[in-house]
Design a protein around this ligand. Structure first.
Ligand code: ZN
Length: 89
């Protein structure tokens, strides 16, 4: 299957644990990969996000370099961890 599918997910940031974006993986996501590129059609910038577990985030790489432009972005950033008040002194 293509690994370049672009999710148009909205509603992120509700604090719930996200599963890894890879279909064959049921690890909880620990990183968010973001790629911003320009659509070939010239309609403007597109942001593709994928929440990934650590192993898959390590494998993540730019997939839309053909759409690179001055504001092109590819980055992987850690997702905020669930906050456990295990030691709130
Ligand atoms: Zn994974």
């Amino acid at each position: 299957m293509a690994d370049t599918d672009v999710d148009a997910d909205t509603g992120a940031g509700d604090g719930s644990i996200r599963p890894c974006h890879r279909r064959d993986c049921d690890e909880p996501a620990a990183f968010l990969a973001l790629e911003r590129y320009q659509e070939e059609t010239g309609k403007g910038a597109v942001e593709a996000e994928a929440a990934l577990c650590r192993d898959h985030a390590a494998e993540e790489h730019p997939t839309n370099l053909d759409g690179a432009y001055p504001d092109y972005v590819f980055r992987v950033e850690p997702l905020p961890e669930e906050t456990d008040d295990d030691d709130a002194s």
